[in-house]
Design a protein around this ligand. Structure first.
Ligand code: GLU
Length: 541
């Protein structure tokens, strides 16, 4: 038995009663059915247990359950056609289904095969919703009051947007409300400056160290550069480097257009009142800019007021949690937007930006955040936090009341709760079903739990020597794969009596349940391995 057939045997474990991704919508589907399939293998993957024909809307329901939303540019046409089809019969032909598959075969195939980065998206979303509710109980903090536009934002606003590197999306609360991105803009200003002049030239002007001072402190590093690009002085210098030969309108259009590309044409706008207030209350930023010029920290011929205006404009961009999450996912995906497949920034630029977000992105809480949460993030005084879990997902949480550092109180609470449940911290090295934290991804499971998979494979083959060797080298005998299947499940399913006996005698848990609630003993019985079932009865746990 090879690894692929282990997966296949797991798939067949789904019991008749397992309703699949979205039972409610399945029940309400029209009764028209397809009778033949354009690609039979793929077609069969869409069938739920007990189905022989695919209900017409089975495809879009599966996409939705996997987190592919109807405004996703990769699937919009599929949803549009299915939506139009509500009362029309014509779509229910195999050739039209063929056409639907052809609109995005790779996406549809990955949905059918459950191979998106977070396979059990429904379950993941349910647990995120609980964490979001729990974070909502926190009511501390003060809304930024240095300009009236921020002071008047209702403190109870709370939104969350998540987007995986495969473009699986979900939103909660006020995720569609625009908020002022403020210092989150420093990430994109840094990336744009770096892409334009190159990281070396950029870092001749801006350092890479946490400053140890507040974000708007009048201070430079020993080389007379701003300490890093995530604080005001550094971001002002980043702005001075972006398209410095162009007109003010062209420069700002370039920034807006970049945010648009990062968000797959999501909600990105400019708030002119915020901009005017920022400029009117900017004594500190003016002081910083003159201090920078005095110390020759700017490139030659930098105009102070043009640069500051540009910086204030970048801070006055408004976005939603929904759109910011896609930008965060683009960074998590190494600079390629998961919804459009467009490369927006180079891998090197993204790597540098994430490194700096990791060490300097959260004001004077950056070290604590890196320690506790362990992923790159950038916050702004508008109450937004953009968080990147590399290779997995990006999210944006927004709640205006801030703590003493200038970070959203609820936002930080949400991050803490999320990290206590999921192994997203950069240094969550040991994970798996036996650990305290859950790894919801297929990818991490495959990398980190490769040895557990090896153990399960050895058990399925009945290779007791290999099982012995793996356990001696530290692999957890009760380690489970993503489906909760342990070595004992596999050995029992495959009727490997000697391996079952060995595992049971060496601490294997007889009552371990897989994701369908089956124990190894259930597997032995169902597969008709009576000798193996007897071993369970003779060896007492
Ligand atoms: N516009 C603000 C400033 O420059 C940005 C504040 C922030 O989000 O850190 O002071």
């Amino acid at each position: 038995m090879n690894k692929a057939s282990i997966v296949a045997s797991r798939r067949s474990q789904r019991p008749e009663s397992d309703p699949g991704p979205d039972p409610a919508s399945q029940a309400s589907q029209p009764s028209r059915k397809l009778t033949e399939s354009p690609d039979h293998g793929l077609y069969k993957l869409f069938l739920e247990a007990g189905q022989t024909e695919l209900p017409v809307q089975g495809l879009t329901e599966r996409l939705r359950a996997a987190g592919i939303l109807s405004d996703d540019p990769r699937a919009r046409e599929i949803f549009d056609r299915m939506g139009q089809d509500k009362n029309a019969r014509s779509i229910a032909t195999s050739s039209e289904f063929n056409e639907l598959f052809a609109l995005n075969p790779s996406l549809i195939r990955r949905v059918a095969e459950d191979s998106l980065v977070i396979p059990d998206w429904d379950e993941f979303c349910r647990s995120i919703a609980l964490i979001f509710q729990e974070a909502a109980n926190v009511v501390d903090g003060k809304v930024a009051a240095y300009i009236p536009e921020l002071a008047s934002v209702p403190a109870e606003k709370f939104g969350l947007g998540i987007c995986s590197v495969d473009g699986q999306r979900v939103h909660y609360g006020d995720a569609k409300d625009p908020f002022s991105i403020q210092s989150i803009s420093k990430t994109v200003s840094y990336c744009l400056a770096s892409e334009e002049v190159g990281p070396q030239a950029l870092h001749a002007h801006i350092g890479r160290e946490p400053s140890g001072h507040s974000f708007n402190a009048i201070t430079l590093d020993p080389k007379r550069r701003p300490h890093n690009p995530m604080i005001n002085a550094g971001a002002i210098v980043s702005c001075s480097l972006i398209k410095s030969e162009k007109s003010a309108s062209e420069r700002f259009a370039h920034v807006l257009e970049t945010w648009k590309r990062l968000t797959a044409d999501g909600d990105v706008s400019f708030n002119n009142t915020v901009f005017l207030s920022e400029r009117d209350s900017a004594d500190r930023n003016f002081a910083l800019a003159y201090f920078l010029r005095e110390n020759a920290a700017f490139p030659k011929n930098t105009g102070i007021s043009a640069t500051l205006d540009f910086y204030f404009q970048c801070c006055s961009v408004e976005m939603t949690c929904e759109s910011m999450a896609i930008a965060a996912a683009t960074l998590a995906n190494g600079g390629v937007n998961p919804l459009t497949n467009e490369r927006v920034f180079s891998i090197e630029t993204v790597k540098n930006c994430l490194s700096l977000m990791h060490s300097c992105g959260m004001y004077d809480f950056s070290g604590e955040f890196a320690f506790l949460i362990g992923v790159p993030a950038k916050s702004g005084v508008g109450g937004g936090i953009m968080v990147v879990v590399p290779e997995v997902l990006g999210f944006c949480v927004w709640s205006p009341p801030l703590d003493e550092h200038g970070n959203s109180v609820r936002g930080i609470e949400f991050c803490k709760l999320l990290m206590s449940k999921y192994s997203f911290h950069n240094f969550d090295i040991v994970t798996g079903a036996e650990g305290e934290k859950v790894d919801p991804t297929r990818r991490k499971v495959s990398v980190r739990n490769a040895r557990v998979v090896d153990l399960c494979w050895a058990a399925a083959k009945g290779d007791t020597k290999e099982i012995q060797r793996l356990i001696a080298s530290g692999v957890d005998i009760n380690g489970a794969d993503y489906d909760g299947r342990t070595a004992l499940h596999l050995a029992a399913s495959e009727g490997q009596a000697a391996s079952v006996q060995y595992i049971l005698q060496n601490g294997g848990k007889r009552d371990a349940k897989d994701r369908w609630g089956n124990t190894p003993f259930d597997d032995a019985q169902r597969s008709g391995h009576l000798a193996v079932a007897e071993i369970f009865e003779h060896i007492q746990g």
